[in-house]
Design a protein around this ligand. Sequence first.
Ligand code: GLN
Length: 490
Amino acid sequence: MSDLFFQPVTELAARLDAKEISSVELMQAVIARTKAVDGRVKAFNSFDEADALAQAAASDARRAAGQARGPLEGIPVGMKDVISVAGQPLTASSKMLANFVSPYDATATLNLRRAGAICWGRLNLDEFAMGSSTENSAFRTTCNPWDLTRVPGGSSGGSAAALAAGEAIVTLGSDTGGSIRQPAALCGVVGLKPTYGLVSRYGLIAFASSLDQIGPFGRTVEDVAITLGAIAGHDPLDSTSFNTAIPDYRAELSKRKGPWRIGIPKEYFGAGLDPEVGAAVEQAIAFYRARGCEIKEVSLPHTEYGVGVYYIIATAECSSNLARYDGIRYGHRSKQAKDVVDLYFQSRAEGFGAEVKRRIILGTYVLSSGYYDAFYLRAQKVRTLIRRDFLNAYREVDVLLTPTSPTPAFKAGAKADPLAMYLCDVYTIGVNLAGLPGISVPCGFSSGGLPIGMQLIGQPFQEAELLAIAHAYEQAHDWKARHPVVASNG
Ligand code: GLN
C-alpha cells in the first residue's frame, strides 16, 4: 500500500472503517509529510499539530463508540487562510490580519466538523485572495510541487499545492474569478467552484461578495463530491445562500451515465492558448465524442469583455469590503499615527500590500460619482449579457468544456505586469460573473512534466450532473496516479 498521505478519502475511509488505521495514525502521517516537505513547498501559513491530533483522537473515540458523524470522519481537511476556524489564526495572508485569531467557525467549517473532518492548518494564498500565483502573499510564495521554481497558481495556491504534495487529504479554497480552478489545474488536482449560493459564505473573509464561493479540492472527483456534499446547504446566516435540496453527490456519480451534449465555446480556443494545453483539451473532447457524446461548437459572444467587467465589479466590491480594516476594530494598528484620521491612513498604508491597494484605488474610482455610470453600471449590464450567453448555450448543450488556464504553471516572477497576471483568468472569470458551477479536472501533462487541467462548466445547481461528467472522464484516465516528487527539507 502506498503512502497514506497520497490516498483519496474513499480509500482512507474504508481503511478507517475496517480499523486498519486510526485517524491519529493518518494525522501523524500527514503531519510528518508536511514537516518533511513544507520547507520547500511553503503551502502552510501555520498549523497546530497538537490541536489536529486532538481532533483525530476525538474522531477515533467517536468511531469506536459507533458514533461516526459522516463521510469525512477522521479525514484531515486543509483550510485556506480566509475561512474561519474558531481559535485558529485567520490572516488572509495579509499583514493587516497577521495576528488575528478567528472567534468563530465559518458555516463551511462547522459543516465539515459535522461530517467528522479534522480542520488541518492554515493554507497560504494571495493577500485577500487577490492574485493568480500566491506571489501576493505578505508572508511567503508557495511553490508548485511539480517544479519548485514555478507558481502553484492562485489565489488558493496553498490549498492546491498542499494537496498535490500530500500535506492534506482534501482542502478548501475560495473562488472569486478562478482561485480554485486555476491552481487545481496548475497543481494537477481536482477543484470545484460551486454555483453561487450553494455553499454559505458566512465566516469567509469577503473579497467580492457577489462572486465569492467556497469550494473543495480533492485528488479525485469522488473526493470533491463527498466534500461538496458536506459543506453545501442553506444557511440563514448568509442571505445569498440558496435553499435547495442537496443530493448525495457521490451516489449520483455512477447513476448518471450520459451521453451528454457537450458545448465547446469557440472564444475559449483562440490566441494566448498554449498549444500543449489546447492539444490535451482536444484529446479530452475526443474521449467524450468516442463515448457517444454529442460535441457541438457554441458561441459566448461577450467573452472578450469578461476580464474587463470582472476587474471593475471585483475591485468595486473589494473597495467596499476592505473598508472595515480601519485599525480601530481589529487588525493592524499603526504605532506612528498622530491623530485618529492619521490612524486610518497609516494603518491601511502599513497593513495592505501593493496589489490590494491597487484594487482598492481602482474600485473606489469606478464607484465614484461621475465614473459610476461609465464603469460600474455598464459593467453590471455586460455581466448580465455574459450570463445570458451561458444560459443561451445551455438551450443546446448540457455542459461546456474549455481549458482551465491558458498555460501550465509559470515561473515565479514571470508575470510582474498586473495585466499579464489578470489574463491568467480569461477562462475562469465568466463562470463567476454568471454564478455557475465550474470544475477543473487533470487532463494531461506538458512535455516538461507540468499538469494540465480542463474545465467543465455546468448549469446552475446542477453539480450532480457536472461531477458525473467529470467522473466519467476521470474513470477512463489515470493522471491521478502520478504524484510530484518533492525532496525532503535539507
Ligand atoms: N485571479 C483573480 C483575481 O486576482 C481571481 C482571484 C480569486 O478567484 N479569488 O482577482
